[in-house]
Design a protein around this ligand. Structure first.
Ligand code: NAP
Length: 280
């Protein structure tokens, strides 16, 4: 039994719930945080798991959840910033309010939780922060530009933070998944009906294309991408010597290989041909 403690955000579904179970099975204390703990049953029944309310957009909620975790388990060794959601649509279809909301969750949510745990980690001169980003934070993803920019922000912030915190022996890692069949698509902000006729028409073309592409990407390698691989990667980042940036998924690895083997413009041309119907 490790006896160590992890706090994970967004544990109601998907990677967050799987990660909570993965750490628990390997002997960790788990603060499985979520917006609506009253709806959770499965995690509540597990030994050494405490289900705690935490909305990453709310400072008070973050601070209370961190304090409750330390009070319950005495420590936080690892913070996993997993909570987040996607956004489909042409850039102009996203109102500023939608963009602000997405950044408040995907970017400022990670910063809020890190700000809350860092004094504790600095004091004990150890700890790991793992930020779940996306392949959309490694390459610019059309039709997802709001989401993509939020995940790029977290990748850049994490890289700088990893260096900044090394004198305190605190590690920072990113886990960038490709496409996986969680509740992610159902929870995505679809702004495809907004704006003028031309935008809505192009959004329809892109939606059709992305539905097919996303199916192909999820099945690269012959079988559906397994979300447990992401939970395992998060666990590895908490327990093994890992680089700052980590991608997971056959599609993500294939795209990273392409990115690394081409010039920046060649890679953009390659992506455009793949992602934009009718691109020349
Ligand atoms: N699945 C993929 O293909 C994929 C690919 C790349 C990256 N990702 C990233 O992986 C992470 C997890 O996504 P997933 O695939 O597991 O999707 P998911 O099943 O939709 O899970 C997202 C989780 O985030 C939570 N959440 C959303 N807003 C929150 C807030 N303000 N405060 C606290 N929790 C909040 C949701 O809680 P509620 O139940 O309360 O809504 C849910 O638990 C996200 O950061 C996502 O961007 C996913």
């Amino acid at each position: 039994m490790s006896g160590k403690t992890v706090l994970i955000t967004g544990c109601s579904t998907g990677f967050g719930k799987l990660a909570a179970k993965t750490f628990q099975q390997r002997g960790w204390n788990v603060a499985a945080t979520m917006r609506s703990p009253e709806k959770e049953t499965e995690l509540c029944e597990l030994e050494n798991v405490k289900v705690i309310r935490l909305d990453v957009t709310d400072d008070a909620s973050v601070n209370t959840a961190v304090a409750e975790t330390i009070e319950t388990f005495g420590d936080i060794d690892v913070l996993v910033n997993n909570a987040g959601y996607g956004g489909h649509g042409m850039f102009e279809q996203f109102s500023q309010a939608h963009i602000n909301n997405m950044f408040d969750t995907n970017v400022f949510g990670c910063m809020r939780t890190a700000r809350a745990v860092l004094p504790h980690m600095r004091e004990k001169q150890s700890g790991t922060i793992i930020n779940v980003t996306s392949m959309a934070g490694v390459l610019g993803l059309p039709f997802n530009t709001t989401y993509s920019s939020s995940k790029f922000a977290v990748e850049g912030w994490s890289e700088g933070l990893a260096m900044e915190l090394s004198p305190f022996s605190i590690k920072v890692k990113t886990v960038a998944p490709g496409a996986f069949g969680t509740s992610f698509n159902a929870n995505t902000d679809n702004s495809v009906e907004e704006g003028d006729e031309a935008l809505v028409a192009q959004a329809q073309v892109m939606t059709n294309h992305f539905v097919t592409l996303s199916e192909q990407m999820t099945n690269i390698g012959g079988e559906p991408a397994n979300p447990q691989d992401v939970a395992d990667m998060i666990y590895n980042c908490a327990t093994e010597e890992m680089p700052v940036h980590n991608v997971v998924g056959n599609d993500a690895n294939m795209l990273l290989e392409q990115k690394n083997s081409k010039s920046s413009q060649e890679f953009i041309d390659y992506l455009e041909a793949m992602l934009i119907p009718g691109a020349v």
